[in-house]
Write a protein that binds this ligand. Structure first.
Ligand SMILES: C[S@@+](CC[C@H](N)C(=O)[O-])C[C@H]1O[C@@H](n2cnc3c(N)ncnc32)[C@H](O)[C@@H]1O
Length: 213
């Protein structure tokens, strides 16, 4: 794909309304019931100085962005799914959400997509199985695009299921992910098994990556 093409449809977009709308409904119910949906954001917050710049890519209905904004960070949510963007705006009116594919955050297009929002950030958040829903064959490009948005010292937080993930998501073995990350100039700082920093597991992977040498 050249930088001028429209991004290819992601596995998420191709998984159909039953899956995508079901995801939105499930989180609407959790939020309405007062359930904790902030686990990823708590770890993200621990990685950041106060008042930091954050890009939440594949932000879904905005729960992580909202929790980070509530902790004082300047957050831009980026989400291509129009239904989830609408849900984000309705649920969290103060969250700044841009409807776009993360592949459009490359150097050639980031200005057009983000306008005067920060183009370089302290943390890119890409959690909740986003990387296993990318379009086939775009993983390296996606990782390079996210790496390109990191300010010096910035980090990338990624989390996804290694087994038992959602229907329509790919399997993404840790070794392959680390190779893809390396091809994008990203180095693993930490791997955990959960957002509560459980030891690495075969079930779920949480990665903290840096583009710094
Ligand atoms: C399971 S949802 C997780 C949403 C959110 N991160 C959360 O944890 O609540 C997966 C998300 O990945 C997003 N996604 C998949 N491919 C994407 C891409 N190329 N660019 C941006 N988002 C993408 C989907 O639109 C969807 O919102």
């Amino acid at each position: 794909m050249s930088t001028h093409d429209a991004p290819p449809p992601s596995r998420w977009a191709r998984s159909g309304p039953q899956a995508t709308e079901g995801f939105g409904r499930r989180f609407a119910e959790l939020v309405a019931a007062g359930q904790d949906v902030d686990g990823e954001a708590r770890l993200a917050d621990a990685l950041l100085p106060r008042g930091a710049r954050v890009l939440d890519v594949g932000a879904g209905m905005g729960r992580v962005s909202a929790a980070l904004q509530a902790r004082g960070h300047r957050v831009t949510a980026v989400e291509p799914d129009g239904g989830l963007v609408a849900q984000c705006r309705a649920t969290y009116p103060t969250v700044d959400v841009v409807q776009a594919d993360l592949l459009e955050l490359d150097d050639a297009r980031v200005g057009r997509v983000l306008g005067d929002r920060p183009h370089q950030v302290d943390l890119v958040v890409c959690v909740g199985n986003v990387v296993v829903f990318l379009a086939e064959g775009t993983e390296r490009q996606a990782l390079a695009t996210m790496a390109g948005r990191l300010a010096p010292g910035g980090r990338l937080l990624v989390g996804y299921h290694l087994v038992g993930g959602p229907e329509h998501a790919r399997a993404y073995p840790p070794e392959e992910f680390v190779q893809d990350a390396a091809s994008a100039g990203l180095r693993v700082q930490h791997r955990f098994g959960s957002y509560e920093l459980a030891p690495p597991s075969d079930e779920y992977a949480v990665w903290v990556l840096t583009a710094d040498a």
